[in-house]
Design a protein around this ligand. Structure first.
Ligand code: FES
Ligand SMILES: [Fe+2]
Length: 376
């Protein structure tokens, strides 16, 4: 049987399993190239994938390029203030129109200067007249589904994506008073880590490692003993973690927060591509996707509640984030080495409060990819 079918069968066999019987995933899930292609095609090229924060493109004409499952996209705010995702592929001979981020009146292809307005409609094709094979009035960049949720931009390559806002509504209730949509981005980076995308996902989303691995950093703020798992939904999973000391009043986040919310971080994920750490005062996110079995591309950022953050407090938060992520990155490289070994055998997961989110991710994979093997 092909390795991909074996892995599908494994996922089929763990569907609906209790957390108490749940193990780490077998190594091939993290190392097999065909499996990563399957995940890319059946998860990342179909599901809603976070591509960034809405305030990366606050004004009409602001854009950023984003490649999703090998598809170049441009995410652009139109003249009515609506964020749109379009194919970043010229309708002449296919050059990508933009790279990075910026502001444009029109999208102009660098090659022969075909240009498109902010809705993706062709407005100029220098020297080429309409003909039987070319109707400029009908020529436009294909548009992809895009929604804005709590300040996050999600894009889907599916022609018929599910209603994500409804699927996330219990999570939205939990997050409402934090007002993520009004937090402002102050740090953004794109990195490539030498580990499988699920290693980064599971690492960000489990609290078991907070005290041991982050002994000198996060343990002092959010220790493992304060982690509490909450039930996953079809399109989300997560846990909460308290603080060791009460959060200061001067950067205490949105006034709608209760005392308990103010002193609780909500760690949530919208699988497969988004993991988020929500604090009352500021939050972090990582938007990730596979780049082969042993590499993950990650766009990460920090965003803050309120405009009165002094630069040094922002810098301090960025330093803590970078230091913590460096600790994670180093251990995930070692994890990737280990799961590729013949000696690796999947061990038991820690109790639900500590690694329930790993189990939730496995169950998401089981629901999405654990069908019976498809006959060739
Ligand atoms: S490929 Fe874009 S104008 Fe020719
Ligand atoms: Fe970590």
């Amino acid at each position: 049987m092909a390795p991909v079918d074996n892995l599908r069968q494994y996922l089929h066999s763990i569907r609906g399993l209790d957390h108490g019987s749940s193990r780490a995933l077998p190594g091939a899930f993290y190392t097999n190239p065909q499996w990563t292609e399957t995940e890319s095609a059946e998860l990342f090229a179909r599901d809603w994938i976070c591509c960034g924060r809405a305030d990366e493109i606050p004004e009409p004409g602001d854009y950023f390029a984003f490649d999703l499952a090998g598809e170049p996209l441009v995410v652009l705010r139109d003249d009515d203030g609506i964020a749109r995702a379009m194919a970043n592929v010229c309708r002449h001979r296919g050059t990508t129109l933009v790279q990075g981020a910026g502001k444009v009146k029109r999208l102009v292809c660098p090659y022969h200067h075909w240009s498109y307005d902010r809705l993706g409609k062709l407005v100029a094709a220098p020297g080429i007249e309409p003909s039987a094979i070319f109707d400029p009035a009908k020529c436009r960049l294909p548009e992809r589904a895009l929604i804005e949720w709590m300040g996050f931009l999600f894009v889907s390559l599916s022609d018929d994506p599910p209603d994500l806002t409804s699927l996330l509504s219990p999570l939205a209730d939990r997050l409402r008073n934090y007002h993520l949509e009004t937090m402002r981005l102050r740090y953004l980076a794109t990195e490539t880590w030498d580990t499988n995308w699920k290693c980064l996902f599971e690492n960000f989303m489990e609290g078991y490692h907070l005290s041991p691995l982050h002994r000198r950093t996060l343990h002092k703020v959010n220790p493992t003993r304060l982690c509490r798992h909450f039930p996953a939904g079809e399109a989300y999973l997560g846990y909460t973690v308290g603080f060791t000391t009460r959060v200061d009043d001067d950067q205490a986040g949105h006034p709608d927060l209760s005392e308990e919310e103010r002193n609780t971080c909500v760690m949530f994920a919208v699988p497969p591509g988004l993991v988020v750490g929500v604090g009352s005062d500021y939050s972090s996110f990582v938007a990730l996707q596979p780049d082969g079995p042993g590499r993950v591309k990650a766009k990460m950022g920090l965003y803050f509640q309120g405009d009165d953050w002094p630069d040094e407090a922002v810098e301090e938060a960025i330093s803590l984030f970078q230091e913590t992520m460096a600790e994670d990155k180093a251990v995930l490289l070692r994890l990737q080495q280990g799961v590729g070994s013949r000696a690796y055998e999947p061990g038991p997961l820690a109790p639900a409060d500590l690694e329930g989110t790993c189990h939730d991710l496995h169950q998401y994979l089981a629901r999405r990819l654990g069908g019976d093997p498809v006959e060739a």
